[in-house]
Write a protein that binds this ligand. Structure first.
Ligand SMILES: NC(=O)C1=CN([C@@H]2O[C@H](COP(=O)(O)OP(=O)(O)OC[C@H]3O[C@@H](n4cnc5c(N)ncnc54)[C@H](O)[C@@H]3O)[C@@H](O)[C@H]2O)C=CC1
Ligand SMILES: O=C1[C@@H](O)[C@H](O)[C@@H](O)[C@H](O)[C@H]1O
Length: 337
């Protein structure tokens, strides 16, 4: 399609509202044509701020609304499968926030439904693939100058968790990003997961197993560790260091602004993901809109969503049962080659 892309945004909470703002104010070639949320007041408030945008409480009605060419899903994970299948019924391209679905069985159903359509429709919102530092790191690895990657160290720290955040969510909501970025950076599937649990931090709400150290093994023999630490109190940090045969490369130190003042030097630390990954969310959206207008689907696929769901399942079992848990992954269909 050549014209402006009309997008229906499903779910207008924290991420959905931010994506609506982005589409409306930052992205070129797109407009918010419809919004849907089970919270009627919230969705009306958001639609009222955008000319020509209709408000709905039923996602399928938003997808069928006038001027809708594509769908952005930002409802909670358990609502994604129904929204994806509804988008497929209208044969609409979709940008679906992570996770594709919470669970490999539901993710497989989505893969099967997309294959029945006969063409790819889904991009999953693993926005780190659009972060300038991660892009540089991947480009460097692809030159081969550093040699074969042996290990990847990751740190993923959040200031604090919202109410209701569970120990499983450290894996399913947070470490899922490292699962995707590991597969993308190294070009290898994750084959096994082990989770180590230190005595919880005094900052963690009662009952939350935080922090955790999550280890992945990959098909190419690399070992990956992830410090997931979601009540660290001081800032939002995402760091990665690849150790290769001939050198190492590291991102995420956040040294873009260093100050010298009053006998000290230092900088500031982002406070949440919307700040740290703002550019990545913007680039992800623009890339999706541009590709969709060209009639293409690029970026992380439904297969990537399924593969990470399978690793999450192994991770949650490793967390709960202890020991090393192998990832059970279906054969990759040629459709997702
Ligand atoms: N890429 C990233 O860094 C991040 C991604 N996310 C993902 O974004 C999605 C949304 O998360 P948040 O915005 O943090 O959640 P939220 O709870 O702030 O917002 C969810 C919204 O969806 C609405 N909703 C619930 N069920 C619905 C349904 N069946 N249909 C339509 N709307 C429905 C709720 O009323 C709420 O307004 C999740 O998949 C989450 O994992 C969240 C945070 C960061
Ligand atoms: O996706 C995200 C959240 O859902 C999750 O809760 C955070 O830990 C991540 O840093 C963020 O990127």
């Amino acid at each position: 399609m050549a014209g402006v892309l009309g997008v229906a945004v499903i779910g207008t909470g924290r991420m959905g509202a931010d994506h609506v703002r982005r589409l409306h104010e930052v992205t070129s070639g797109a407009r918010v044509a419809a919004v849907a949320d089970v919270d009627a007041e919230r969705v009306k408030r958001i639609a009222d701020g955008i000319e020509g945008c209709s408000a709905h409480t039923d996602p399928a009605a938003a997808m069928a609304a006038d001027g809708v060419d594509a769908v952005l899903i930002a409802s909670p994970g358990p609502a994604h499968e129904a929204a994806l299948l509804a988008a497929f019924e209208h044969d609409l391209p979709v940008l679906c926030e992570k996770p594709l679905t919470p669970g490999s069985a539901s993710a497989l159903r989505v893969l099967e439904a997309e294959q029945r359509l006969g063409h790819r429709r889904v991009q999953v919102g693993f926005m780190r693939r659009y972060d300038a530092e991660y892009v540089k790191l991947k480009s460097l690895l692809e030159t081969g100058q550093l040699g074969r990657p042996l290990m990847l160290h990751n740190r993923h720290r959040n200031v604090a968790t919202p109410p209701g955040f569970t120990s499983e969510m450290l894996i399913n909501d947070s470490v899922v990003h490292e699962m995707d970025i590991t597969r993308w950076l190294l070009g290898q599937e994750i084959t096994a997961v082990t989770v180590l649990k230190p005595t919880p931090s005094g900052n963690a709400p009662e009952g939350l197993q935080d922090p955790q150290l999550v280890l992945f093994e990959t098909a190419g023999g690399a070992v990956v560790d992830v410090e997931i630490n979601v009540n660290c109190g001081f800032g939002y940090q995402v760091q990665a260091e690849v150790v290769c045969e001939r050198g190492t490369a590291r991102i995420g130190d956040g040294h873009s602004l260093v100050t010298n003042m009053a006998g000290r030097w230092g900088g500031t630390i982002a406070q949440d993901f919307t700040e740290r990954f703002e550019d990545a969310y913007d680039r992800q959206m623009q890339a999706w809109v541009d590709a969709t207008r060209r009639g293409e689907i690029t970026g992380p696929s439904a297969w990537d969503g399924y593969a990470t769901a399978a690793v999450c399942e192994a991770g949650v079992r490793a967390q709960q049962e202890g020991g090393r848990v192998e990832v059970e992954l279906a054969k990759r269909p040629p459709f997702y080659a």
